[in-house]
Design a protein around this ligand. Structure first.
Ligand SMILES: C[S@@+](CC[C@H](N)C(=O)[O-])C[C@H]1O[C@@H](n2cnc3c(N)ncnc32)[C@H](O)[C@@H]1O
Length: 227
């Protein structure tokens, strides 16, 4: 984590129980091969990480990588970038990529805010933030990822017309994220009726955290478009 972000402690652990031998080998050998190098701010063209892909999609906080691997399998013509600080989650994703022989994914083990800062303006075609750490206590709310400053930064790197999906099962997070994103004037909310946000979109891949049902409401899916 950069100094800039050290004050925003990450929720949960960056390392958990020891990795299996296979997982450790994936972290030691595969992660360096598909990892994303550090660059000056704004200097990284995400498309340069992938040869011959028509778009680049970004998932922030991919957890165990179910959604990222699932989308990568369904969309072979797209290059995927995932950011996740938790090594167990990265190892799970790498296992899925190996088992499914997926070669269209690049990974940053670390804070997505540092990675997004590297991207050039208008360089990402689609973004997902699914069930981010909820920080339900009001005194911790400022630690949430999706809030005014990050919304502006995410908007900077998305191309005009790029979809952005936010999902949560915490009502206060859903309400505040919706208000903050709409208030930014940088995105339009695409929902036309209640089923558009309370039913999982047809192209959604269920995540592990979603299945745990730890929140205080049913999952909410907010689909936006960068204006
Ligand atoms: C509640 S979990 C959800 C994981 C996954 N999206 C899912 O739905 O199963 C939130 C994830 O976001 C990750 N995370 C927290 N802060 C982050 C940050 N600044 N950058 C990238 N990932 C982050 C955590 O490590 C954790 O894996």
């Amino acid at each position: 984590m950069s100094e800039q972000h050290q004050k925003h402690r990450l929720y949960g652990r960056a390392a958990g129980k020891p990795l299996s031998k296979r997982q450790q080998a994936l972290i030691d050998v595969v992660l360096p091969a598909i990892g994303i190098p550090a660059t000056e701010p704004g200097a990284l063209s995400p498309a340069s990480l992938f040869a011959g892909k028509r778009e680049v999609w970004l998932e922030i906080g991919f957890g165990g990588g179910e959604h990222l691997a699932g989308q990568a399998a369904r969309n072979g013509e797209v290059g995927f970038i995932g950011a996740e600080p938790f090594v167990d989650g990265v190892a799970k994703l790498l296992t899925a990529l190996e088992e499914q022989a997926l070669s269209n994914v690049s990974v940053r083990r670390g804070d997505a805010r540092d990675l997004v800062a590297q991207f050039a303006d208008q360089s990402i075609d689609r973004a997902f933030i699914l069930f981010p750490d909820p920080w339900p206590k009001s005194r911790h709310r400022k630690r949430r990822l999706v809030q005014a400053d990050f919304i502006v930064e995410l908007a900077r790197v998305l191309k005009p017309g790029a979809p952005f999906r936010f999902a949560t099962d915490w009502a206060d997070y859903a309400n505040r994220a919706l208000a903050d994103v709409v208030r930014s004037g940088l995105f339009e909310w695409t929902a036309g009726r209640a089923d558009d946000w309370r039913t999982a979109p047809a192209d959604h891949v269920t995540t592990r955290y979603q299945e745990k049902r730890l929140g205080d409401c049913a999952p909410v899916f907010l689909d936006f478009v960068r204006v």
